[in-house]
Ligand binder design. Structure first.
Ligand code: ARG
Length: 282
């Protein structure tokens, strides 16, 4: 009989390496909850844009402290959700696809982000045909793009991304309205690993995720409902909502360095760390 000995943690995870990233962010200067397009949003509750800006500033400084570059886009009055830069597009290997929003309230953000992407010196910037909410529903894992649908992004946009970028796009069906964007239910930790909340996905999509990522970190409902999976990783540091303490412990166990940030004001609109961050991938 052989007994498997657990490897010492340091040796097991010696490979967690951070790589410098380039992000696009938008200050929540005009933040508000003046309409409700997801179950998190309650227009009677009010929102404090000054607090939102202070919390967002902490996130921006966290990225700078970790050695990342942060580009900004000018916030526009009347677009309270513009702070959620992830929804502004998808950038892969220097090629960008713009966003086309589901709801009329956010539609003007599409051209605003497209213009900003055009000013970043990318290889190409393409206007979208189908409805897609950018990195809210498209998440890059190494050479693969995971694509959410069910609430916002049209499945036609999944094919559009595959054709535009020549990269394999895996469609995933979201089934719980609290997790209306893929980035509220799944976090990319590095080029091979993700964390997700299984119950946010259809049975078939759960099967796909199990096959693709047998070693994935499975988040609890308690961590998912504070949008703990709305996280941004550089391969080593995982910036996530500070309330997601269970998930932070699971990540530390796997050799990642969780970095908690409090974005409670933005949670009133159904967004957190990842929503505020669009990665500009060269
Ligand atoms: N209130 C915004 C909406 O419902 C929040 C967007 C959050 N962004 C994200 N990437 N999940 O559209």
């Amino acid at each position: 009989m052989t007994v498997a000995l657990p490897l010492p943690r340091a040796a097991e995870h010696a490979e967690r390496v951070a790589t410098p990233r380039r992000y696009l962010m938008c200050a929540p200067t005009h933040f508000d909850v003046s309409y409700a397009i997801n179950p998190w949003m309650d227009v009677t509750r009010g929102a404090d844009p000054d607090l939102a800006v202070r919390q967002w500033e902490t996130l921006r400084r966290t990225y700078l402290r970790l050695g990342h570059e942060v580009e900004l886009i000018e916030p526009q009055p009347g677009l309270p959700d513009m702070v959620f830069a992830a929804n502004g597009g998808l950038v892969f290997e220097g090629h960008a696809l713009g966003a086309r929003f589901t709801h009329a309230e956010r539609r003007p953000e599409g051209p605003a982000y497209l213009r900003r992407l055009e000013s970043l010196g990318l290889k190409s910037v393409t206007e979208p045909v189908h409805v897609n909410e950018g990195e809210g529903d498209f998440l890059v894992v190494g050479e693969l793009v995971l694509a959410g649908t069910g609430f916002r992004t049209d499945p036609g946009a999944h094919t559009e991304v595959q054709e535009l970028l020549g990269v394999l796009v895996v469609s995933l069906q979201l089934v719980d309205p609290r997790f209306y964007h893929l980035d509220t239910a799944l976090a990319v930790l590095d080029d091979h690993t993700v964390a997700y909340f299984p119950e946010a996905f259809s049975a078939g999509s759960r099967g796909v995720l199990q096959r693709l990522f047998p070693e994935a970190v499975l988040a609890s409902e308690a961590d998912a409902v504070v949008l703990g999976l709305n996280a941004v990783s550089d391969g080593r540091h995982v910036v996530l909502p500070s309330a997601a303490t269970g998930l932070a412990a699971q990540l530390a166990e796997r050799g990642y360095e969780p970095v908690g940030v409090d974005l409670s004001e933005l949670l009133k609109a159904g967004g957190s760390v990842k929503c505020c961050t669009l990665e500009i991938r060269a």
